[in-house]
Design a protein around this ligand. Structure first.
Ligand code: HEC
Length: 397
């Protein structure tokens, strides 16, 4: 498929995904906020559990929360389900366009020990298999042991991330764990939360007192979704941040970011001494990750050996590397079979262009090594080292 068509598919899907995701996460944030701000009704309204006045766009709004009681169901009920569904569908196709089409260049770790097709199969199977394992565990094992369940689920996630880090590129790893979380969240909505609500409504309609157990289970799943939101949002934007996914132990960075996100979310949900602690810990964790992911200073360019000053790497030594390993894509006239225009406009045809990008080149080709994309041009570690030394040596001509 032409790179241009691919780019536009990517654009349209990403746009839709973002819009649907904002609608979903936005309504979810809104309801959590609403529930925690309801006040007891001022007048005597026996069926109303809580109410809240709000001002928005030229009017006052009154929200009243009614408990479900036998024999009464409002005529017209609005369900929130399509926001989640569209987010998942657009996300799934976006995953396909970015990671599975065009030779799966973004998907695979260049030195992965498995065949490309095996890796693609694992990546796609992760979603349904992940859901099955999660759902069975929470149905039969952890339903009444939420804390142990949360810890085990977290460790399982990290284990999966660790395993995948051997076959997926850093950014594919982050996005796949994000897609897994997104899948769990949508499946929770459709298979656990909505059916439970429907059951309770059906019972009330028959004039019976609803059995609240499925409702409680649904609440548990809804809580999971709540704590997954911030980590998922991080994973969605993470592919712009090579210092996170490009780290040698990227699965560990991911593990940290999941805790940071969940810790902040906890503080957004409730205000307790423990939630203040999780917020503080999350901020401290983010700082720790900042320092942990900071690229090490490169080795000094010229190591003094005895009295003879060692050689400094010069531009004429690294120019052929850029020519052979990068300019097939990063050029005014790329020769790559997929990229017909320079990616992100980054061109390395002249010394000035290369020097202007030195910082980013260090990040992508020396530290995180996620360039050349999929190591398509077969760059060697010695070449990376040489470029690193040239940059550390102050970009000598
Ligand atoms: C097969 C094509 C291909 C090759 C070869 C390639 N790149 Fe890239 N590069 C891309 C694509 C696609 C992007 C944009 C997506 C991204 O940021 O990953 C990119 C982005 C970049 C960026 C980020 C630019 C910015 O403005 O943020 C840098 C830096 C970079 N490449 C450096 C290199 C270096 C250095 C080499 C050679 C050692 C190289 N690339 C080889 C495809 C390639």
């Amino acid at each position: 498929m032409s790179a241009h068509l691919n780019e536009w598919l990517n654009l349209i899907l990403r746009w839709l995904h973002l819009v649907a995701g904002i609608a979903w996460i936005g309504s979810s944030f809104y309801f959590v906020w609403l529930d925690s701000h309801l006040e007891p009704p001022k007048e005597n309204k026996p069926d109303v559990e809580g109410e809240l006045w709000m001002v928005h766009s030229g009017g006052f709004y009154l929200v009243e929360k009614y408990l479900i009681k036998p024999g009464w169901v409002p005529d017209k009920l609005h369900w929130f389900k399509w926001e989640a569904t569209f987010t998942w569908i657009t996300g799934f196709f976006l995953l396909g366009v970015v990671y599975y089409m065009g030779g799966a260049m973004y998907l695979i770790r260049p030195d992965a020990p498995l065949h490309k097709h095996a890796i693609m199969a694992i990546g796609l199977l992760l979603l349904p298999v992940g859901w099955l394992v999660y759902d069975l565990l929470w149905k039969y094992v952890f339903a009444n042991a939420a804390k142990v369940g949360a810890a085990v689920s977290y460790l399982l996630t990290i284990g999966v991330a660790y395993g995948l880090s051997h076959i997926l590129s850093g950014r594919a790893l982050f996005i796949h764990i994000g897609a897994l979380f997104g899948t769990l969240m949508v499946a929770n909505v459709w298979m656990r939360i909505l059916p439970a609500q429907q059951k309770m409504i059906d019972a009330t309609q028959r004039g019976e007192t609803p059995d609240y157990t499925p409702g409680k289970r649904a609440k548990q799943r809804s809580m999971h979704n709540n704590y997954m939101t911030l980590p998922v949002l991080f994973m969605m934007v993470s592919n712009h941040f090579p210092s996170t996914y490009g780290n040698q132990y990227n699965w560990l960075v991911l593990a940290g970011m999941i805790l940071v996100g969940a810790g902040i979310r906890h503080f957004m949900n409730v205000r307790t001494p423990f939630s203040r602690f999780t917020l503080t810990a999350a901020i401290a964790g983010a700082f720790a990750l900042f320092f942990y992911t900071k690229p090490a200073d490169l080795p000094p360019a010229a190591v003094q050996q005895g009295n003879t000053p060692a050689q400094t790497v010069t531009f004429s030594q690294v120019q052929p590397i850029f020519q052979n390993r990068c300019a097939t894509c990063h050029s005014a006239k790329p020769t790559d079979d997929v990229f017909k225009t320079a990616p992100l406009g980054a061109m390395y045809d002249t010394p000035e262009q290369i020097k202007a990008y030195a910082d980013k080149i260090k990040t992508r080709a020396v530290v995180s090594k996620d360039m050349p994309l999929g190591n398509k041009t077969g760059m060697t570690d010695d070449e990376r080292k040489m470029i690193g030394e040239w940059i550390a040596g102050g970009l000598k001509d």
